[in-house]
Design a protein around this ligand. Structure first.
Ligand code: SF4
Length: 177
């Protein structure tokens, strides 16, 4: 699949914004790991998709070697105001569904892609970590942040906005080919 075909496929899936990722912007940063370790999102050391279980920064960097291009996909929510938590949750759910749909369509046709999603894995009601292996390793995806990427920086260096204005919220994920 060419980059242009991947962009078209992601646009057809229904994301708000799609654009090529600047591969030079993929820096695996200890500072992002430190943010994960703060535990604000509640997933650190609680899921197979998240640090420390998702691997060291060196291992994350190693996994993307061999991928030469990719795209950023975004879902932007128009919120009623900055307290519209329902709108934020709805957009997060929609973004996750679109990303899983894209993941399925690409893997179904045998495309060898590397996926980085948004937030901790929510496939199971309760993650098996650390007592038993992941239930769905074939479709489980770690987030860009879990991989040590500063999402706003990757967007900016790729020429794609990270922020679309007052009372909007944007979720970003990535697919490499
Ligand atoms: S698929 Fe289930 S077991 Fe695996 S990381 Fe996600 S929530 Fe945890």
């Amino acid at each position: 699949m060419t980059l242009e075909e991947l962009i078209k496929k992601a646009e057809d899936t229904g994301f708000s914004h799609v654009g090529p990722v600047n591969m030079d912007a993929l820096e695996f940063l200890p500072a992002v790991r430190d943010m994960c370790a703060d535990g604000k999102c509640g997933a650190y050391n609680k899921k197979w998709s998240c640090p420390p279980a998702c691997g060291t920064l060196e291992e994350c960097a190693e996994k993307v070697k061999g991928y030469t291009a990719g795209i950023l996909v975004q879902t932007t929510a128009e919120l009623e105001d900055s307290f519209d938590f329902e709108g934020m949750a709805e957009a997060g759910k929609k973004h996750g569904q679109l990303f899983m749909q894209l993941h399925k369509e690409l893997t179904d046709v045998g495309e060898k892609c590397y996926f980085m999603g948004t937030g901790g894995c929510t496939l199971c009601k309760e993650c098996t970590y650390p007592d038993a292996p992941c239930r769905h390793p074939e479709i489980m995806v770690s987030s860009m942040e879990a991989n040590g990427l500063l999402v706003s920086d990757v967007c900016q260096k790729s020429g794609l906005p990270y922020y679309y204005g007052k009372d909007t919220l944007t979720y970003t994920a990535m697919v490499l080919i």
